[in-house]
Design a binder for this molecule. Structure first.
Ligand SMILES: [Mg+2]
Length: 307
C-alpha cells in the first residue's frame, strides 16, 4: 500500500475535538461554521529538514509540534485564537516514512488539543528529497480586531513576554505559543501594536517600527534574559543581553502599549508568563539601544534571519 493511503487509513482512526457542526478529516474539504461578524485570520509556515531542524536530532513528534507551534505563535501575535489547522507533509521516500508521518501528526495533534486547534485536514506526498512540513492555521478574533504591527505611537512602552535568548539550546523546539497571554493582554490594556519574535528583537523590532512609522529605544539592562542566554554567553564570550537581543526563535510576543497604561498592565498581570518593559517608541525612524553603561548606540540587526 502507498504511504499516502496507509497514512489516510491511520488518520481515519484518530479523533479530533471539533465543534458539532464542523467536519474535519475524511471528506473532500473541511467545513467550519463561522460567525458573520468575525474576521478570519490565516497564517502558514513551511519547515524542512536541514534548514529548520535536523531529522537525526529530533523526534517526529517534535517536528509536528514545532510546525504547528510557530503558526500558533503568529496567531498569538495578532491577539487572536486558533480554530483549526491544515498539515501538509512532503515525506522522504523510504520504509520509515509512514512512522514519520504518524509521529508528525501526533505531535501536531497533541499541541493542537492543548490550544483548541484541531487538525482539519491537509495533504501528504512522498518524493526522493528531504522532509518538508507545511502547516496552515485558521484563527478568529474573539474580541475587537486583530492586533497589527502598524499601530505603535512615539512614547508607547515596548514590552516582551517571557525571557529571551539561547533558544537554540532547546526552547525553539518546546516553546509555548503565547495565545492565552495575548488575549489576556488585550483584555487588560490597550495594545497598540504587536508581533512575535521569530528572528530576534534586533531584526523583528525594526519590522514593527517600519510598519508603524516610528523609531525605538531599547534598554539592554531591562531585557529579561533567559538561563539559556547566560549559558550561551559562556561559550560565545558575548554578554547575555546580546543573546537576548539577537538570538532567533524565542517565539515570545513583542508589543506596545500607551505609556499611561504601562504601570497598570504590570499591576494587573497575574499570568505565570512574565511581561517586561524593555524600551520606548520614539519619534522618527531610527532605532537605538542603551548599553550596559547607559550609552546610546544605534541598534543594528544582528539576529538570525532566513531571508
Ligand atoms: Mg510572526
Amino acid at each position: 500500500m502507498l504511504v499516502e493511503q496507509a497514512f489516510l487509513k491511520y488518520l481515519a482512526t484518530q479523533q479530533q475535538t471539533l465543534s458539532p457542526d464542523s467536519i474535519g478529516i475524511g471528506d473532500d474539504a473541511a467545513v467550519l461554521s463561522w460567525q458573520a461578524d468575525q474576521k478570519l485570520v490565516v497564517c502558514t509556515d513551511l519547515i524542512s529538514d536541514e534548514t529548520d531542524f535536523h531529522l537525526a536530532d529530533v523526534t517526529p513528534q517534535q517536528i509536528g509540534r514545532k510546525a504547528l507551534a510557530i503558526n500558533l505563535s503568529d496567531i498569538a501575535a495578532m491577539a487572536c485564537e486558533p480554530v483549526g489547522a491544515l498539515v501538509t507533509l512532503l515525506l522522504p521516500q523510504g520504509e520509515t516514512s509512514l512512522d514519520l508521518a504518524k509521529g508528525i501528526y501526533e505531535g501536531a495533534a497533541q499541541l493542537g488539543q492543548t490550544y483548541g486547534c484541531p487538525i482539519l485536514g491537509g495533504d501528504t506526498n512522498s518524493w526522493p528529497g528531504k522532509l518538508a512540513v507545511s502547516v496552515t492555521v485558521l484563527g478568529r478574533c474573539p474580541v475587537g480586531t486583530p492586533l497589527l504591527r502598524s499601530g505603535a505611537q512615539p512614547g508607547d512602552a515596548i514590552f516582551v513576554t517571557g525571557t529571551l535568548g539561547g533558544s537554540i539550546l532547546g526552547d525553539h523546539i518546546s516553546f509555548h505559543p503565547r495565545i492565552r497571554e495575548a488575549i489576556r493582554l488585550r483584555e487588560i490594556c490597550g495594545l497598540t501594536a504587536g508581533m512575535d519574535i521569530s528572528d530576534g528583537i534586533s531584526i523583528d523590532l525594526p519590522r514593527l517600527c517600519e510598519r508603524s512609522g516610528v523609531g525605538a529605544e531599547i534598554d539592554v539592562r531591562l531585557l529579561p534574559i533567559s538561563d539559556a542566554a547566560r549559558q550561551m554567553s559562556q561559550t560565545t564570550g558575548k554578554p547575555p543581553w546580546w543573546h537576548a537581543l539577537n538570538d532567533g526563535e524565542d517565539f515570545e510576543l513583542l508589543f506596545t502599549v500607551p505609556a499611561a497604561e504601562a504601570d497598570s498592565l504590570q499591576a494587573q498581570w497575574t499570568e505565570a508568563t512574565r511581561v517586561t518593559k524593555i524600551g520606548t517608541m520614539q519619534p522618527g525612524t531610527k532605532l537605538y539601544l542603551l548599553d550596559e553603561s547607559g550609552q546610546r548606540l544605534p541598534l543594528k540587526p544582528e539576529g538570525f534571519s532566513h531571508k
